[in-house]
Design a protein around this ligand. Structure first.
Ligand code: C2O
Ligand code: CU
Ligand code: CU
Length: 531
């Protein structure tokens, strides 16, 4: 264990990731006065800068927060879990869903006597939930009341490229547009939607622009089960109730909030009355979720793209950012227990791994009261790939000189510019105007994705679901335990994942790491799907 750690850090040095010798001892928390001194320093620095974007790109990004974070005890908790609020269907025609979404700044008081300014869809924390049926035509008018552009991306859904909220199709401030698409049969599953505005995805999403999207099917064998939904997100609040900006460490490692919430609530009380279908979303910008319900079994029944072929028993559930699962919880006897987040080491830079377990909810579970069918559905067959594509994730340090000072115990300060050249796909940072790959519509392809870096990154492809064929790590090849439709999959450091995918519609499709800070910094590329 120690040796591996040492090796990682060594490779890290050799590839030029060195930010000064101090990271070898990890990022030590500093006392408040030291933090404040540094913050002051940065404020001075930025006030001298011209309002010009290029200048801004060269300003050092602080390593530390401006004010201390809010203590956990101040945030109300232990309330019964509230269901996600629905987005109401305003259409009175069958097979049609019509609604309006307003994207706007919205102030909520989650913590007594503190006000927090979010960016929300219709003013709803954890997002209004969209529930439609396969075959429905969806028409959603989106009005942007932010002072910055936005888009809505329908994560995982097979919608036409022009309707998929690509960064090229921004809704300008105070502008609006209609997203319209028809959901094909076979698309039933658990999806979500979030901002994909160019260079703003991280901020807009951590401020609240994300919601859940469920597609139902008429021949779903679990149609009659009661459902509950756990949308897990994390929120960072400082002691004044403000949502702080990203630090340099957030940009590098992905931003994690100090509060992990379910449906916007801290440590809620959840009651599972028997055989219930539970849909779970990892809507965090960067937090990896290793979930466990103590003393209970998890029966996985669905993944990103809908039901599995048969139920699968598991001890715990792993969701990297953007992933979803459907589960049923099994217990031998009625009990009061906890839903917890187990530690997961994703090899963050300059931050020592602290193996802590976080309680997410108090759970009362009762034994199953209805049988679970052993056959859930037949998934489409694996086709023979006709093309192979190779994707490589790397991290490099192009540290530009000239900040004139060292920050944080001798670590060089980094600017947005430095950060933007750090996380690459096939050696490049994202460029809206560049097509990185092309595919032919309806041609099955094998994609071999390699994480050639020392940190976990995941892979998400727009426009379609895929099957994972294999994982390869340290020369060991393994296959997934069961067949499932996925649109997001994790890669450990130096892991290679092979998938099979097929785009059924033409146009631009993005693929990226779903740690949204990495996506935002340009760990993203474009596929052009041609006729
Ligand atoms: Cu959920 Cu391109 O994203
Ligand atoms: Cu997506
Ligand atoms: Cu990443």
């Amino acid at each position: 264990m120690l040796r591996r750690d040492f090796m990682d850090r060594r490779t890290f040095l050799e590839t030029g990731m060195c930010l000064g010798a101090s990271f070898l001892v990890g990022c030590q928390p500093k006392d408040k006065s030291q933090q404040q001194k540094e913050t002051m320093h940065h404020q001075d620095h930025s006030s001298h800068a011209a309002a010009n974007q290029d200048d801004k790109k060269n300003i050092a990004v602080p390593y530390t927060y401006q004010s201390p974070l809010l203590e956990r005890e101040k945030f109300p908790s232990h309330q019964p879990l509230q269901p996600l609020k629905p987005l109401l269907n305003q259409s009175n025609t069958t097979n049609s869903f019509e609604a309006n979404i307003e994207v706007k700044p919205h102030t909520l008081s989650l913590v007594p006597s503190l006000q927090t300014e979010f960016f929300l869809y219709n003013g709803i924390l954890a997002g209004p939930q969209i529930v439609v049926n396969e075959g429905d035509t969806v028409k959603i008018k989106v009005t942007n009341r932010l002072t910055q552009p936005t888009t809505i991306h329908w994560h995982g859904l097979p919608v036409p490229s022009k309707q998929d909220g690509n960064p090229q199709d921004a809704i300008e401030p105070y502008g609006s547009r209609v997203y319209q698409f028809k959901l094909p049969s076979g698309s039933a599953g658990t999806y979500w939607y979030h901002s994909h505005a160019h260079g703003l995805t991280s901020e807009q999403t951590y401020k609240g622009l994300a919601g859940s999207f469920i597609v139902k099917s008429k021949d779903d064998p679990l149609r009659d089960l009661p459902e509950q939904h756990w949308l897990i997100s994390d929120l960072r609040l400082d002691e004044n109730g403000n949502i702080p900006e990203n630090t340099a460490l957030d940009w590098m490692n992905g931003r994690e909030g100090n509060f992990v919430l379910i449906n916007g609530q801290l440590e809620p009380k959840i009651t599972i009355k028997g055989t219930e279908r539970i849909r779970i979303w990892n809507a965090c910008n960067a937090r990896y979720l290793r979930l466990k319900i103590l003393d209970c079994k998890i029966i996985v029944i669905g993944s990103d793209g809908g039901l599995l072929e048969s139920p699968q028993n598991q001890e715990e559930l792993f969701l990297s950012p953007g992933e979803r699962y459907e589960i049923i919880v099994e217990t031998s006897t009625k009990r009061n227990t906890h839903l917890v987040l187990l530690p997961y080491n994703r090899e963050k830079m300059m931050q020592a791994f602290e193996p802590e377990t976080i309680t997410l909810a108090e759970v009362t579970v009762s034994p199953l009261d209805k049988p679970i069918p052993q056959k859930l559905r037949e998934l489409p067959p694996l086709e023979t790939p006709q093309e192979t594509k190779h994707i490589v994730y790397t991290e490099v340090m192009n540290h530009s000189e000239g900040h004139g000072h060292d920050d944080m115990q001798g670590m060089s300060a980094m600017s947005m510019q430095d950060l933007q050249n750090m996380f690459l796909i096939n050696g490049k940072t994202y460029d809206m105007g560049r097509m990185d790959l092309t595919s032919k519509v309806n041609v099955p392809e094998k994609w071999v994705i390699k994480n050639d870096s020392h940190m976990d990154h995941n892979f998400h492809l727009h426009g379609t679901q895929f099957y994972v064929l294999s994982h390869e790590l340290n020369g060991k090849v393994s296959k997934p335990d069961y067949k499932s439709l996925k649109d997001t999959i994790n890669l450990k450091p130096y892991e290679t994942v092979s998938i099979i995918c097929k785009q059924q519609l033409t146009g631009i499709r993005l693929f990226h790491c779903h740690v949204l800070e990495h996506e935002n910094l340009g760990m993203m590329a474009q596929l052009n799907v041609l006729e």
